[in-house]
Design a protein around this ligand. Structure first.
Ligand code: FAD
Length: 494
């Protein structure tokens, strides 16, 4: 039986912080975050809509005297919107408070209004994290303070792995070569999808000359925008013309003997790359929940006022039931996304070899990235349908959430990759046992046993069949985990 939500309880959909407060009251909601949400209501959302509407930003490649400058040209309001999050403390508070929560809370609020804008904050976090863990003291002294500045001059980060031959199979597709040059390295190659193009510092996947052509041959390098002599250290070939996430410039990057510094041990490069990706996948998970919340909020505003067959659409039993079911799904997905944040916050400072807790986190992160992105796409499609034909018109914005959701489902690894990587971490590390122990106190012991036995059966299938048939199981495991976490939350409250 579904809980009987009065219309008033749906009203929390209109505010990211009210929604979090209702479902996850243990999450802090400091004053700066409330002020940040108010700023989006007052000012940010108007800027965001204009940036989305105006499409691809321009790239100015040369100055008037023929020198290469590669400047990304957005209107001044864009820079105000972007810098506002840095000022508010989406990043610097992580180090002040020694917790990832401020970043993920800020990203949640940002994503409710503009899922693309949360990308610069996410990739900056995913640059700062490996630098602070693996960078030598000299590198940290040089690069960390500008990334944590609280004023206009703050530096941005970026995470560039994908090349033209594909992002899923990085071990085979990365052709960027790293050559040693004394205390640093020189990188040459092209990055095909490079978000936050123009960032002052990027972490980049490259293969040292002669290293094996598989994932173990990859290293993670720090690449600043400028060389020590002030010249450009990488070039932007062009800015992509994308269907959405227009508030982050995604470009093609040319590395040409670009000065770089290796992070961590060369043999452990792939672990560092996955650490970077995992920080982004968790951000993607809560960003997807925020997007789904936003799409539902827009659908609600419309359904309350649209009259059909003598009463508001929201009072039609079919639509009302859909709202109730989707509301519950959203709450469960939110639990799953924030569980991934919570686990990440516990393990993100670990270095290889990792603890069991870290491997549990990896499985939860794959489940969360997959499940929340699918939810975002489905919810955004449904919100358009609730609007009828008006939903297809750009002027009312609801179609934007479907465009944005489609990107959330693909970048940071597609749903296929989450399913297959989730399967692998269960095969290799038996992480499903850790997951079921983690969920032990959440619900019925027999339901847990049944789900665990389904996972075991899947893992015992012959290799090809195991991969070919895993989708249904992974979907059920994600829904099961989300529902179990929601039930735990409800019990803890009552
Ligand atoms: C807007 C945007 C911004 C981006 N920004 C960045 C960025 O800043 N940095 C960065 O590094 N990357 C970035 N990416 C790249 C993104 O991470 C990749 O698009 C994504 O990882 C998928 O890689 P691909 O597009 O090359 O697809 P491919 O790897 O070519 O895959 C094609 C299809 O094959 C599927 N597939 C792959 N392997 C298997 C398998 N074994 N079994 C079944 N199916 C499989 C994939 O799931 C996908 O559906 C960005 C992408 C977009 C769209």
């Amino acid at each position: 039986m579904l809980p009987n939500h009065s219309p008033i309880s749906f009203e929390i959909l209109h505010s990211p912080l009210h929604f979090l407060q209702a479902g996850l009251s243990d999450l802090p909601q400091p004053d700066w975050l409330r002020e940040y949400e108010s700023w989006w209501e007052r000012e940010g959302q108007g800027i965001s809509a204009a940036v989305d509407r105006s499409g691809t930003p321009w790239l100015r490649m040369f100055d008037r005297f023929g020198a290469r400058v590669d400047e990304v040209l957005y209107p001044p309001e864009y820079w105000r919107m972007l810098k506002h999050g840095y000022h508010a403390g989406v990043l610097w508070r992580v180090f002040e408070e020694d917790s990832l929560l401020p970043a993920y809370l800020g990203i949640y609020v940002t994503s409710f209004y503009d899922p693309g804008l949360s990308c610069p904050y996410t990739v900056s976090l995913a640059t700062i994290a490996p630098l602070s863990k693996y960078g030598d003291p000299e590198l940290q002294k040089r690069f960390l303070p500008p990334l944590l500045r609280r004023d206009e001059s703050v530096w941005q980060g970026a995470t560039w792995m994908t090349e033209i031959k594909g992002g899923s199979d990085l071990g085979a597709a990365v052709e960027t070569v790293a050559r040693p040059a004394g205390t640093h390295w020189l990188l040459t190659g092209d990055k095909y999808f490079a978000s936050n193009a123009g960032a002052e510092l990027a972490v980049v996947a490259a293969r040292p000359e002669g290293a094996p052509r598989n994932v173990r041959g990859l290293g993670l390098y720090l690449v600043p925008r400028q060389r020590a002599d002030g010249q450009l250290n990488y070039f932007i070939r062009r800015i992509k013309d994308k269907i959405a996430t227009r508030s982050v410039p995604t470009g093609e990057i040319e590395l040409r003997d670009s000065e770089a510094w290796l992070l961590g041990l060369r043999e452990e490069g792939i672990y560092l790359i996955l650490e970077v990706l995992n920080l982004s996948r968790v951000a993607n998970s809560i960003g997807s929940v925020a997007l789904a919340q936003r799409a539902m909020a827009d659908a609600l505003s419309f359904a309350k006022r649209r009259m059909v067959f003598g009463k508001p659409l929201i009072e039609q039993p079919l639509i009302r039931r859909q709202f109730e079911e989707r509301f519950q799904q959203l709450q469960a997905a939110s639990r799953l996304g924030w569980e991934a944040v919570e686990l990440l916050n516990q393990v993100w400072r670990e270095k290889p070899p990792y603890s069991d807790r870290y491997h549990l986190f990896r499985l939860v992160a794959h489940l969360a990235k997959y499940w929340t992105a699918e939810l975002a796409v489905q919810t955004a499609k449904w919100a358009m349908e609730v609007h009828g034909g008006l939903g297809t018109l750009e002027e009312y914005h609801v179609e934007r959430w479907l465009r944005e959701a489609m990107i959330l489902a693909i970048w940071e690894g597609t749903s296929h990759r989450q399913i297959l990587d989730g399967l692998e971490v269960m095969e290799r590390r038996r992480t499903h046992h850790l997951l079921f122990q983690h969920l032990a106190a959440t619900g019925s012991a027999s339901a847990l046993r049944e789900m665990e036995s389904r996972v075991e059966q899947q893992l015992n299938l012959p290799e090809e069949e195991r991969g070919a048939t895993v989708e249904g199981l992974f979907r059920d495991l994600a829904a099961f985990t989300a529902d179990a976490l929601l039930a735990r939350g409800i019990r803890a409250k009552s």
